[in-house]
Ligand binder design. Structure first.
Ligand code: HEC
Ligand code: HEC
Ligand code: HEC
Ligand code: HEC
Ligand code: HEC
Ligand code: HEC
Ligand code: HEC
Length: 228
């Protein structure tokens, strides 16, 4: 991340021309970063930690070729977010590395609210951020699956995953963390219940959603048990 010949000048130098950005930025989680305690790494916090050294941009009256815009290239973000980089490199991922998507479709790097769109109840807002692009899974259903109230991210890793469909678990454990299997008393041993329903035979057929059973995992307009 280099602008040849440019030097770090600090947030105050941006204020004159980008007043609102500088004002709002004090509420951003990113304004709390102070990696440069020792003073040896200027530009490691503040505007220039993402936009690169700003002196030439300012001297040229705001010329775009002298400032980095990480909206187009996530490399600037990956300087600090190494584990996020690793997540986007997993086999199943949102196509950020392919430059078909970028961080700022889901995150606001400047404001108090790092998630987009801003405002509202935390989990509903997370789902709304996914709903921008995935209407089918996030629209209202007649029989909604209450799991969605905890957010899409109880089942999906938003950046990437080793599992198909970016699921946090590849198998029944995805569902069983909320729907415990029980050995019911008063029935033959080895009988497995989930809720009130005997699932012993069903579970032999395969996964909760992959064996043609609860295929409407996000909710259903037709069936209260999300079978279709
Ligand atoms: C002298 C006024 C001025 C100052 C000071 C200034 N900028 Fe800018 N900046 C501009 C103008 C004008 C544009 C719009 C350029 C355009 O649209 O072609 C701009 C655009 C930008 C962009 C968008 C670039 C893009 O590719 O779209 C970023 C990012 C930016 N400035 C960051 C900064 C940062 C960070 C600082 C402080 C280090 C700063 N600016 C200081 C005038 C300034
Ligand atoms: C955490 C990284 C990060 C920090 C810190 C940051 N920015 Fe940005 N900035 C971005 C990204 C990403 C974009 C692209 C946004 C987009 O495309 O929607 C951007 C875009 C901009 C733009 C161009 C907006 C436009 O409409 O084209 C300006 C101006 C800007 N930033 C100024 C600043 C100033 C001033 C600061 C410090 C107060 C700052 N930024 C701090 C990441 C950052
Ligand atoms: C200079 C290092 C640095 C850069 C560059 C950087 N970040 Fe961060 N980011 C951090 C740190 C440190 C935190 C943790 C802040 C805290 O929790 O107070 C953070 C937090 C976050 C969070 C989570 C905030 C929360 O509330 O948990 C998101 C999302 C994020 N960054 C996105 C981005 C994006 C997108 C970019 C690039 C546009 C970016 N970051 C660039 C250092 C950086
Ligand atoms: C498809 C939407 C989406 C995109 C694109 C995206 N994020 Fe995120 N990100 C999220 C969500 C949702 C969370 C919150 C996860 C949670 O609360 O469990 C998050 C959380 C984070 C966090 C907090 C720590 C963590 O991993 O939980 C960081 C840091 C972060 N994102 C950085 C980035 C960076 C950097 C990029 C671009 C390279 C990016 N994100 C792109 C949706 C996205
Ligand atoms: C800006 C648009 C956008 C946003 C916002 C977004 N996605 Fe995506 N999503 C995509 C794209 C593009 C793909 C890749 C589709 C492809 O490769 O065919 C994708 C793929 C997926 C897939 C895998 C689909 C498959 O068939 O393999 C899942 C699951 C997913 N997204 C969940 C989420 C979740 C959860 C969120 C919110 C945290 C979210 N998405 C936010 C655009 C988006
Ligand atoms: C209870 C767990 C769970 C929750 C919560 C959840 N999903 Fe899914 N999602 C799944 C499973 C399981 C699949 C795989 C379905 C399959 O392969 O047939 C899937 C598949 C997807 C796909 C791929 C296309 C498809 O329908 O098969 C997208 C996109 C998606 N989910 C988005 C979302 C979004 C957006 C949210 C939040 C509104 C969300 N999911 C919440 C479990 C969940
Ligand atoms: C975050 C917790 C959570 C996760 C994960 C979760 N569920 Fe649910 N699910 C609920 C809640 C809460 C209800 C409503 C209360 C109830 O009926 O148990 C529900 C209801 C259901 C129902 C309707 C109940 C009925 O009477 O038939 C089905 C079917 C269902 N879930 C299947 C699944 C499947 C399949 C998965 C895995 C893909 C899954 N759930 C993952 C929380 C969750």
């Amino acid at each position: 991340m280099e602008i040849p010949g440019a030097a770090y000048v600090g947030n105050r130098s941006c204020f004159e021309c980008h007043t609102n950005y500088v004002r709002n930025f004090t509420a951003s989680p990113h304004s709390r970063i102070h990696l440069s305690e020792a003073g040896t790494m200027r530009g490691q916090s503040g505007c220039e930690s993402c936009h690169g050294p700003g002196s030439k941009h300012i001297q040229a009256g705001g010329a775009r070729q002298f400032i980095i815009n990480p909206g187009r290239d996530a490399a600037a973000c990956f300087n600090c977010h190494l584990s996020t980089h690793a997540e986007f490199s997993l086999p199943q991922h949102h196509p950020v590395m392919e430059r078909k998507m970028n961080c700022v479709q889901c995150h606001d790097p400047h404001g108090a609210d790092i998630m987009k769109p801003a405002g509202g109840f935390a989990m509903a807002r997370l789902n709304q951020s996914c709903a921008q692009c995935h209407r089918d899974q996030s629209r209202p259903f007649v029989f909604e699956h209450e799991a969605l109230r905890e957010g899409c991210v109880v089942c999906h890793s938003p950046h990437g995953s080793v599992n198909a469909k970016m699921l946090v678990e590849r198998d029944n454990n995805l569902c069983l963390k909320c729907h415990a299997m029980q050995q019911s008393s008063g029935v033959a041993p080895g009988q497995i219940y989930i809720g009130k329903v005997n699932h012993t035979a069903n579970l032999k057929l395969g996964g909760c959603w992959s064996a043609g059973c609860h295929t409407a995992v996000h909710g259903s307009n037709f069936n209260p048990h999300q079978l279709y």
